[in-house]
Design a protein around this ligand. Structure first.
Ligand SMILES: [Zn+2]
Length: 440
């Protein structure tokens, strides 16, 4: 057996892991590298293996950093099935089509809308917990609690049983079911470690903090900029705040105009309404009179508006999307409140603003940052230290853990802690992590 990472090894993007078991070759995810230019450039590098030799793909969830290189794989000659849950298939269709339309406008497009259409014909939906038999392998998808349809994946071989966490969500989330237990057969785990060294407040606390900030900003007649993933984070923020306003009988909060500037978010909302068994949000909280999904042509007009409001737009790390022109207009204004509600990757525009840069380049134009900048910590969609420890505790036979999807400094501390009771390795790009790893 071989496990070789071609992404998300020592970094939090580009999830793609090549597995070979007795001649069967498959991938866990095939995600896009997302971030600043030098990270984006990794997408232009060869995949690291021959796509024609890959028998199938197992896709954990629909975020672009997990599915965004699938069309490249297909362009390279991959013809096999892409197994994932029905909800992930539905979301991936929207996210990949959006990605292709962005790619088609870039100087070095990786793929086209046609490539995505061809890719979607290879998707083969597999409901949660159903067992798929591929030769001598038994494969099943289990709730990961990170996004609609998101799963950790169990693979049983004749010799062992291993699991891939994908991105793991939080326990006690108001949005999704808890991650399912790993059980009594998983011996080896490929584990994401984005927040492995962090102690993050509860999501409920994050929502209360966000609610209080927005309410106060409205009373002060300010504009709140909220960069967020179009799909998932938008639904979570809207439903969480709407529920709080309902419970608090807060008529003032329900008057605050929320503008969602993302056609992708609007399309994604429909998928959340179609898969209500996979999330714990009340569908009534996903629609309200003060919620406005705006079309692209209205987007620039909002930059001139002085009414107090919340403007929610992608991308979550401010590396593209409509949030950029809103930021160019609103960041110079001291009355603006920029609220980060998600993880900001290394060297992204979001991270640099969060770390205090007072002048940033947006496109080719310098923009002064006079806005107030705050971070709401509880809303991360990734398991924190306690969540990861709780997840690990659900595996009674676990012996070995491979750490993926984490920045180097986060993983070292976590690695040392786990190594007291488990055997730990960190994935390295292009290296078989199992090589010379004594199994006794
Ligand atoms: Zn994710």
């Amino acid at each position: 057996m071989k496990i070789i990472s071609y992404g998300a090894a020592g970094q939090v993007t580009g999830s793609c892991h090549f597995i070979e078991i007795a001649g069967t070759k498959f991938l866990l995810d095939c995600g896009l590298f997302q971030g600043p230019t030098k990270v984006d450039l990794q997408n232009l590098s060869p995949l690291g293996f021959d796509p024609k030799e890959i028998d199938f793909v197992l896709l954990s969830h629909a975020h672009l950093d997990h599915c965004g290189r699938l069309p490249l794989l297909v362009k390279g000659g991959f013809m096999g099935p892409i197994y994932t849950t029905p909800a992930t298939r539905d979301l991936a269709q929207l996210i990949l089509a959006d990605s292709a339309s962005i790619q088609e406008k870039s100087e070095t497009p990786l793929y086209t809308v046609e490539d995505v259409e061809k890719t979607m014909t290879l998707f083969s939906p597999l409901p949660h917990k159903e067992i798929l038999r591929k030769g001598k392998l038994e494969i099943s998808f289990h709730y990961a609690g990170h996004l609609l349809g998101a799963s950790w994946i169990k693979i049983k071989t004749p010799d062992t049983c291993f699991a891939f966490s994908g991105d793991l969500g939080r326990y006690n989330s108001p949005f999704y079911h808890d991650p399912e237990p790993l059980g009594d057969d998983v011996e080896l785990l490929l584990l994401e470690s984005t927040n492995a060294n962090k102690h993050v407040p509860s999501i409920q606390q994050g929502l209360e903090d966000l609610y209080a900030e927005i309410r106060q900003a409205y009373l002060e007649q300010r504009t709140v900029l909220l960069p967020a993933f179009s799909i998932g984070r938008t639904e979570e923020v809207i439903s969480g705040l709407s529920k709080l306003a309902f419970l608090k009988k807060d008529d003032l909060f329900r008057k605050i105009p929320f503008y969602v500037d993302s056609s992708l978010a609007h399309a994604g909302l429909k998928v959340f309404h179609e898969h209500t068994d996979l999330h714990t949000m009340d569908p009534r909280d996903l629609q309200s009179d003060n919620l406005h999904f705006i079309a692209t042509e209205q987007s620039y007009a909002l930059d001139k508006s002085t009414e107090p409001k919340v403007l929610l737009s992608a991308s979550g790390m401010m590396e593209g999307g409509h949030i950029l022109h809103h930021a160019a207009s609103y960041l110079p204004q001291a009355s603006t409140l920029l609220l980060f509600v998600g993880y900001q990757g290394e060297e992204t525009l979001g991270r640099r603003i969060l770390e205090g840069e007072k002048s940033v380049l947006i496109g080719k134009s310098p923009v002064e940052v006079n806005a107030e900048i705050k971070e709401i910590k509880g809303l991360s969609g990734h398991a924190d230290h306690e969540d990861l420890m709780a997840f690990l505790a659900t595996a009674s036979q676990l012996q070995r853990v491979i750490l993926l999807h984490g920045e180097a400094q986060n993983m070292t501390v976590f690695e040392e802690l786990l190594s007291a009771s488990l055997r730990i390795r960190k994935a390295q790009h292009g290296v078989d992590v199992l090589e010379n790893w004594n199994e006794t």
